[in-house]
Design a protein around this ligand. Structure first.
Ligand SMILES: [Zn+2]
Length: 606
């Protein structure tokens, strides 16, 4: 029995029955016939799903089937067809049909005149990530794009999913509406987009429900829930929902599911009426980790407005077989990060100090990334597919995160608008106006979003965006600091020697992981993947680099012996002085009453 179908109140039950009945009736008369899937899990510990799809042929001699190569919200071609095996086709009566691959992710079926074609395949589901599929003997996470082979066509048609669960699993949960036909675990997506946007979780989850303005929400915890504080987390998620509703003015869905998979890592992906979160199972036990989880919740939940409905023009309708490039992920992801800070602060879940620490961490991350002087923000977005999602050892030198810099552009834009309008308008007004204009089927271009910001500010902000978004100049924090009475905390100069590399330990060896631009090591001849063996002839323990360097004065010349591809090399480096890099925001002790009141208006809780 699904715990979170819309049958929780009489009013919703009636609405659901009416809606479902209408869908069923129209599917015969006006709508294209549905594709019907049955999912079975005969041996979940082998991580396989058995999929049976029944496809209408529409009287054609052949039909072509397609599997997505990527899924929205995660900008990387993942080749989901690589997990498919044993593809076979037959008629409903069981007569075998010819099926052949026509592309890496497509199959061509000769229908033999049959009105319906049944295609079966096995799917390997062994990737623990919010956007992928996982099956073991405790639960299954089924995402649309990596699971369902659909018809390669432009027609929007319903996709029905029936789950046949192992006896040890009691529940399935999905934002999809249930098909009211007496069969448990039977759901209908109005079209393939909705199927892709609607994860299905099966197993024995712990479900906590709450309502905000009569709209049902569920926090669905699955995995090892014994360490997790379910009651507290559900209460705090509700506070985030209420803060978001205050920001946007409404809740844009009929019900919403927070899937929370308890494991040992953090991950999340957004959908219109749900999010899939991966969380460390210990997170509710330590304030810092719990704050990270709440930030993840607030980020993915903000996406219900920003990106799932108010979206860059390129992000819909989706071509599931090709990369889709947009320049606007700095709004879609960066502004969403900014609002995760704001929602946690406004809901009282984060103290003012915590919010300032979050902002400081983002500033620190940007200001210590050499790539900020190389890659403009819109290029970081456009190249997400080949850079953000494919990082390597040189990434920090040549690229930036549109999450990080985007969140700081939101910070500075909010401050600019508050100053220009004397606090009458804020970035909230920009987001709400942009939503009014460009949500739904519209989508916004970069120019349109910028124009909305200028309209709210009452001033042309073209120069602001040209500097912050189009260029690679340093962000200017002066206006923001002055507005709120803030400063970067002064640091005592550190007269410490500085080499500037990042290292990792592998197989008992100390390995150079990164050589950032602008450091003493850059240009010295030291390479990524070099094993550092000794300094000035003295061997080095894998954890001894910092301690050894501290024995030298800045400007000392040292000689490293490294092993590179099995060959010994000597590399001379002149050490520098460790730069100040805390970038920690603090309230100025002499902040004026006006500055303090603007700070209160921005982030109130102390
Ligand atoms: Zn996001």
């Amino acid at each position: 029995m699904a715990p979170f179908r819309p049958v929780l109140t009489a009013r919703l039950l009636a609405a659901t029955l009416t809606l479902t009945a209408l869908v069923a009736a129209r599917s015969n008369a006006q709508q294209p016939a549905p594709i019907r899937y049955v999912l079975r899990f005969p041996e979940p510990r082998t991580h396989y799903i058995e999929v049976e799809g029944t496809y209408p042929s529409s009287g054609k001699p052949s039909i072509e089937l397609m599997m997505a190569v990527w899924t929205p919200g995660s900008y990387l071609v993942r080749e989901f067809a690589r997990n498919v095996e044993g593809v076979q086709a037959r008629t409903a009566a069981g007569q075998a049909l010819s099926i052949q691959k026509s592309r890496k992710n497509r199959w061509l079926v000769q229908t033999g005149g049959a009105s319906e074609v049944v295609v079966t395949y096995r799917l390997y589901a062994h990737e623990r990530a919010a956007r992928l599929d996982w099956v073991d003997d405790s639960y299954a996470l089924v995402n649309g794009a990596p699971t369902f082979i659909t018809l390669a066509e432009k027609i929007s048609r319903p996709h029905d999913v029936l789950l046949q669960l192992p006896t040890q699993w009691a529940r399935s949960v999905t934002p999809l509406p249930a098909v009211v036909d007496g069969q448990a675990h039977h759901y209908r997506a109005a079209n393939f987009d909705m199927l892709v946007d609607s994860p299905i979780l099966a197993g024995n989850p712990s479900v906590r429900e709450f309502a905000v303005d009569g709209v049902k929400h569920a926090l669905v915890n699955v995995g090892d829930t014994t360490l997790w504080n379910g009651a507290r987390s559900a209460a705090d998620v509700e506070r985030i929902v209420r803060a978001a509703k205050t920001l946007w003015g409404f809740l844009p869905y009929e019900r919403y599911v927070f899937f929370n998979i308890l494991t040992d890592s953090y991950d999340g992906i957004e959908h219109k009426a749900s999010t899939v979160l991966f969380a460390d199972r210990w997170s509710t036990r330590t304030p810092a980790e719990y704050h990270d989880w709440l930030s993840l919740v607030a980020h993915e939940f903000t996406h219900a407005w920003n990106v799932k409905r108010l979206r860059p023009v390129e992000l819909g309708p989706f071509d599931y077989e090709s990369e889709v490039h947009t320049q606007n992920l700095w709004v879609a992801e960066g502004f969403t990060d900014y609002y995760s800070w704001m929602l946690n602060g406004r809901s009282g879940l984060a103290s003012r100090e915590q919010t300032l620490a979050d902002v400081s961490a983002a500033i620190r991350a940007l200001q210590t990334t050499p790539g900020r002087l190389v890659q403009p923000l819109e290029m970081a977005s456009y190249d997400a597919w080949i850079k953000q999602y494919r990082p390597d050892e040189n990434s920090a030198n040549v690229s930036i995160s549109y999450y990080t810099k985007g969140s700081l552009v939101a910070l500075l834009l909010d401050a600019r608008i508050r100053r220009l309008t004397r606090g009458v308008k804020t970035l909230d007004d920009v987001m709400r106006l942009a939503y009014d204009r460009y949500s739904g089927d519209h989508g916004y271009t970069s120019a349109q979003f910028r124009a909305v910001a200028s309209e709210v500010a009452g001033t042309d902000l073209g120069e602001f965006f040209r500097l912050a978004v189009d260029g690679t100049a340093e962000l200017d924090y002066t206006e923001m600091l002055a507005l709120y009475g803030l400063e970067f905390a002064r640091e005592a100069p550190r007269d410490q020697p500085w080499l500037g590399i990042a290292t990792r330990v592998s197989g008992g060896r100390l390995i150079v992981a990164q050589v950032p631009r602008g450091t003493p090591a850059y240009g010295s001849g030291l390479d990524v993947d070099d094993e550092i063996v000794s300094i000035d002839g003295f061997p080095l323990a894998t954890n001894g680099l910092a301690d050894r360097l501290s024995q030298y004065a800045p400007a000392s010349r040292i000689t490293l012996l490294v092993s590179r591809h099995g060959e010994s090399r000597r590399v001379d480096v002149v050490l520098g002085v460790a730069p100040l890099r805390a970038w920690t925001l603090a309230v100025r002790s002499d902040a004026s009453a006006d500055e303090r009141s603007r700070l209160d208006a921005w982030i109130a809780p102390r």
